[in-house]
Design a protein around this ligand. Structure first.
Ligand SMILES: Cc1cc2nc3c(=O)[nH]c(=O)nc-3n(C[C@H](O)[C@H](O)[C@H](O)COP(=O)(O)OP(=O)(O)OC[C@H]3O[C@@H](n4cnc5c(N)ncnc54)[C@H](O)[C@@H]3O)c2cc1C
Length: 465
């Protein structure tokens, strides 16, 4: 812990706000967190959005910095690869990395959020106030308008340095819209999502492979499933809002059952309450938010989804938000600047291009997951990629491994990933088995195309996992 510093306000005690509060407390700030929902540790609430999520190297690194990684991993299930389900129920397994040590982890969102809130409060410097909805920020005085959902009263709060971690629909970001020079774009995907559950088998057993992320890729739509600690799986069905196969068209139990029977027969057999769940649970929407600047002088900064919401297809939204916290903390630790304005400007400089890159990669990954993961060509290329990762350690890299298993800046992962996939694609031409890949030619292509790029950006590629 550092010496006691000023009081600051964090808006939103979601995943990013709770972790940020902890980081700030450890730097000596006294942190008040305003959260619009009730305390989920005391009241059962629908935390909205995915019941579990995938945490990988970037998120784990951010937890490690505040001593929380080990406890989080105790509750996580490693997912070492994708299990692809065909419409006939055949299974193909594809490892994520060069070996099992490279895996992503399925973790309960609610457990993680509660854990982070409790750990933040345990620092003694964080006070989380629930049912407190921020509705207006006056950037001239810094004052906040807060609606207390418990009493129904609205009050003004003193101006303090403000951190907006209030998620993709951020009220703080909307207030930034009034500041001159601020620009924001919001692109909603033409798809929505619905959560379904595969319950545990007898005695809490897993009814499908436990250590995998399951995917049923079907072109314009797909189903995925992540394992939970209790033996169940949370499935997410991604479907277009409108069109021949869409949330709009699946409007009766008979149509829904026929659709699942045809497209996801093995999953259908494992979801006993399919019809009830589908028609009673809400349909979620997904948005990409890009905005700038992320701060108003030294008064306010947005982080996490509030600054850069992304679609969930790379499993990186939270990971990216956690990385925000670690990067801001690093800047505070460097002590290069004493003014918040300069710290916020450095933060935006370091993070904005990377947030934009993962936003674009997440959309591209959606197309890859729903269209390609089941195709023989995709499977061959992934197998070739694995051969190259093992044959050229430290020289060949792939976009997926850099995003999920390293802290190499997203922008570099994006750029080098494009070069790497071009090489894989070329080497896979005319090949039927990955083992037959021409390693001499591979080495030449890697030396000619990948190595110069990596050498030029050596600092970024030195970042450890
Ligand atoms: C279907 C789905 C699956 C996903 N899977 C993954 C995954 O596998 N891996 C991954 O890394 N990411 C995943 N994500 C993304 C991840 O959920 C988000 O990136 C993450 O939740 C962002 O955290 P946050 O704290 O910034 O925002 P949020 O989690 O949205 O938290 C915002 C908080 O602010 C509060 N709040 C909002 N408005 C106000 C207000 N006006 N006043 C006070 N409080 C307010 C909210 O109640 C909430 O508690 C997924 C997202 C979706 C939709």
């Amino acid at each position: 812990m550092s010496e006691q510093k000023e009081a600051v306000t964090v808006v939103g005690a979601g995943l990013v706000g709770s972790l940020l509060a902890m980081y700030l407390a450890r730097r000596g700030y006294s942190v008040e967190v305003l959260e619009r929902r009730p305390d989920m540790r005391r009241e059962v609430i629908d935390a909205g959005r995915s019941i579990n999520l995938a945490i990988s190297t970037r998120g784990l690194h951010a937890l490690r910095q505040v001593g929380l990684e080990a406890e989080a991993l105790k509750h996580a299930i490693p997912m070492r690869g994708r299990m692809i389900h065909s419409a006939r129920g055949e299974l193909v397994y594809q490892p994520y990395g060069k070996d099992d040590s490279q895996h992503i982890n399925s973790l309960s969102r609610a457990w993680l959020n509660k854990f982070l809130m409790t750990e933040a409060e345990r620092t003694g410097c964080v006070r989380i106030r629930f049912k407190q909805r921020v509705s207006h920020v006056d950037f001239t005085s810094g004052a906040l308008t807060v609606h207390d959902d418990a009493t129904g009263e609205t009050r003004r709060e003193e101006g303090r340095v403000l951190f907006g971690t209030d998620g993709s629909g951020s009220a703080v970001r909307q207030e930034l819209d009034r500041v001159q020079g601020f620009t924001a774009s919001q692109e909603t995907l033409g798809h929505g999502y619905k959560e379904l559950t595969i319950p545990a088998g007898p005695g809490g057993t897993f009814q499908m492979e436990k250590y995998a992320l399951h995917i049923w890729p079907r072109g314009t739509y797909m189903l995925i499933a992540l394992p939970n600690e209790d033996g169940s799986f949370t499935c997410t069905l991604f479907l277009p809002w409108k069109g021949p196969v869409s949330f709009e068209s699946l409007d009766t139990p008979a149509r829904l059952e026929a659709f699942f029977g045809e497209q996801f027969p093995d999953a259908k057999a494992l979801i006993p309450d399919l019809v009830d769940a589908f028609f009673s649970r809400p349909t979620g929407s997904m948005v990409t938010v890009k905005c700038a600047p992320w701060h108003v002088g030294g008064q306010a900064l947005v982080l996490g989804d509030a600054a850069h919401a992304i679609v969930p297809f790379f499993g990186q939204g939270m990971n990216c938000g956690f990385e925000d916290c670690a990067v801001l903390d690093q800047l505070l630790g460097l002590g290069r600047h004493s003014r918040w304005e300069d710290i916020f400007a450095d933060f935006q400089h370091l993070r904005k291009t990377n947030a934009d890159a993962i936003a674009d990669m997440a959309v591209e990954n959606f197309i890859e997951m729903r269209d390609s993961t089941g195709s023989p060509r995709f499977l061959l290329e992934k197998a070739v990629e694995k051969v190259l990762l093992n044959a050229f350690p430290g020289e060949f890299v792939s976009r997926y491994t850099l995003v999920s298993f390293s802290r190499v800046p997203y922008r570099l992962a994006y750029e080098v990933g494009a070069i790497a996939s071009g090489i894989v694609s070329e080497l896979s031409e005319g090949l039927t088995r990955a083992e037959d890949v021409d390693l001499a030619r591979a080495g030449k292509l890697i030396r000619e195309r990948l190595m110069p790029f990596m050498k030029e950006h050596a600092d970024g590629f030195r970042t450890e996992g």
